[in-house]
Design a binder for this molecule. Sequence first.
Ligand code: ADP
Ligand code: MG
Length: 276
Amino acid sequence: MSSSSFIALQEASVKYPTGSGAHKALSNVTLLIEPGEWVTVAGPNGSGKSTLAGVLLGTCRLTAGRMIRKVHIDIRGVLQHPEAQHIGDTPAEELAFALNDRHLSREELKQIQKQALLRVGLELSPETLLNSLSGGQKQLVNIATALATVPDVLVLDEPTAMLDPAAREQVLQVVRQAHLQGTTVVWITHRLEEAVYASRMVAFQKGEVAFDGAPETFFYGDLASDSDSKTPCERIGLDPPFVVQTALHLKQKGHGLTARPLSHDDLAKAVSGLCL
Ligand code: ADP
Ligand code: MG
């Protein structure tokens, strides 16, 4: 662990007890989370992603290896089911609970509650009943609550899984803004379209780290690898996002595409220079 790492997992393993013995959900995982990163964690169902989230958030204990966290850092989580996280009946109650230890006056708390919702684009009264909100709005309340505490690290475990495409994009953009303002992000997903803002990709397979590196390398392979060999993403059996599929297709067709785009904008720029 470098002295600046926020979190270091060293040979970390988690075994769940089962009827017939134990099931290893994480196996010898060594992983560093550095300040300012956006780490996107991908992997098939059952590959250990949620177990990793639990370990990082302190709700799941390691059965071997160790985790070193920088002292005094605050790590907050947002989980897949928006409702699973609610403690109160309204955003105001959620925020009051999260900020409980800040000893704020009534007025200060009211101000922060309003600002926290506006920050994620929610123009609603903090007293609105949570069960009257859509899934996307509930998830934005959860993110607003997590961000109101100004965490050093935000761990999101498939935060868009229960949302429609518009709400998914909104949640992604809100987290992007927080990241641009300095929050370190661990974004867990099996939807690789959501990896556009990743500074690093970590992929899990059967509880082990199968890839840890640059998103471009994950999706397009090493610069040295030829266009017929499988990319790390393909080897792990995950579907590359549309942008990557299109770029790989153009490369295979011999269109001389040298860029390795991750976003629609990058793909458009790369293609505009080609004579198709
Ligand atoms: P993912 O989030 O990638 O789908 P999980 O971390 O939820 O993966 O699960 C990893 C493995 O551990 C899976 O095989 C899953 O069935 C198993 N598992 C998860 N939670 C438990 C549990 N509480 N008890 C027993 N096995 C579990
Ligand atoms: Mg999961």
